[in-house]
Design a protein around this ligand. Structure first.
Ligand code: SF4
Length: 163
């Protein structure tokens, strides 16, 4: 006879034991499903649907469920790849180089295209630059991005989910 509490199966051990749980949003599409990312140190070890998320309620499609394979992938690009105008090949560049180059191009384009008037109306805008947001941006990032783009006078603001 088995006395309750005296015997039982070996305790289940999971790969997520001892991992840090962080809630996040799937970066792949505009549905914005909730995910739980499990990390140990700097390593992502598991991703699953967040049952407390109001829209996805713990579910993920195959893309969202495979997010870990994108993060932990030896073929993942980890540096800027630049293809110069007219060139047939990509060259690696530093992030500092890329950010400086983007800032220079934005300033030059804005300076060359900025309109202060449209007829009698004051507009203070550029129609030569557009901004496309992505599903990986959360609410706070979208708020800051829109503020920054409006500050530059950019009126063409769109989001991946509407295209
Ligand atoms: S899990 Fe699938 S449906 Fe949900 S946001 Fe990610 S890609 Fe979109």
């Amino acid at each position: 006879m088995i006395v309750p509490g005296s015997a039982g199966a070996a305790p289940l051990s999971l790969k997520t034991d001892g991992a840090t749980k962080t809630t996040t949003i799937c970066p792949f599409c505009g549905v914005g499903c909730g995910q739980i990312a499990y990390t140990k140190g700097n390593e992502l070890i598991h991703v699953e649907g967040d049952p407390d998320h109001p829209t996805s309620e713990g579910t993920l499609c195959s893309k969202g469920a495979a997010l870990g394979q994108v993060t932990n992938n030896p073929r993942r690009l980890r540096q800027v790849m630049y293809r110069a105008p007219g060139s047939a090949k990509y060259e690696s560049r530093s992030w500092d180089w890329a950010l400086t180059r983007i800032a220079q191009r934005v300033k030059a384009t804005r300076d060359a295209s900025f309109q202060t008037k449209s007829g009698a109306r004051t507009v203070n805008r550029t129609e030569a630059i557009a901004c496309l947001g992505g599903a990986a941006l959360d609410n706070e990032e979208c708020y800051l991005l829109v503020k920054a783009m409006r500050m530059l006078g950019i009126t063409y603001l769109e989001h991946q989910a509407r295209i």
